[in-house]
Design a protein around this ligand. Structure first.
Ligand SMILES: [Zn+2]
Length: 181
């Protein structure tokens, strides 16, 4: 990939226990293959990138409360729903998840939007995929000024005939050879 993503070469574990990671304040940086995310793959076309991951795992406020946050980023090749042409869309997610063990007290968490109850190690790709699916555009389209259907002007198709007439027939010479043999 491009050299600006140097730090993307980290080896990410396939399976994580996010709470264990949070207990030691871990950070995961690297790329995950798009093909490890079949649901996300269904939404895009060939030529999409792999997923850049930068996630921090930390202790949160309160007993047995942990936090996972960071950024996920992927350039997807999608079909514009206005003109049906391919287009690139960078999808970014900035997850902020509270992590708890099953049965832990969850008081004062009522106004927190995202709580993940972790009872066993889970696949990192599925966690990342879930967050990116939430960040996907509902109806992907080009920006209006970049969309062929948005700025559609009827193209004049005149002018093909004369150029065609001047084209040499590649078989003309061959016919000549046949006649002399
Ligand atoms: Zn379009």
């Amino acid at each position: 990939m491009s050299p600006s993503w140097k730090e993307s070469h980290g080896h990410l574990p396939a399976t994580i226990d996010p709470i264990q990671l949070a207990e030691r304040g871990a950070r995961l940086t690297g790329t995950l293959p798009l093909k490890s995310m079949p649901r996300l793959m269904q939404t895009c076309l060939e030529g999409s990138d792999d997923v850049s991951v930068d996630l921090l795992f930390e202790r949160g406020e309160g007993e047995q409360v942990f936090v996972m946050h960071g950024t996920l980023r992927v350039r997807l090749r999608m079909t514009c729903q206005r003109c049906l042409e391919g287009m690139d869309r960078v999808v970014e997610a900035a997850p902020w998840l509270l992590l708890t063990r099953p049965g832990s007290r969850r008081d004062r968490l009522d106004d927190e939007p995202d709580i993940l109850v972790v009872d066993k190690p889970l696949p990192l790709s599925a966690l990342v995929e879930d967050e990116l699916l939430l960040a996907l555009p509902m109806v992907p389209t080009h920006a209006l000024n970049e969309c062929p259907a948005g700025t559609y002007v009827k193209q004049d198709t005149a002018g093909g005939g004369s150029a065609e007439g001047k084209k040499k027939n590649p078989f003309a010479a061959l016919n000549g050879l046949k006649k002399t043999s």
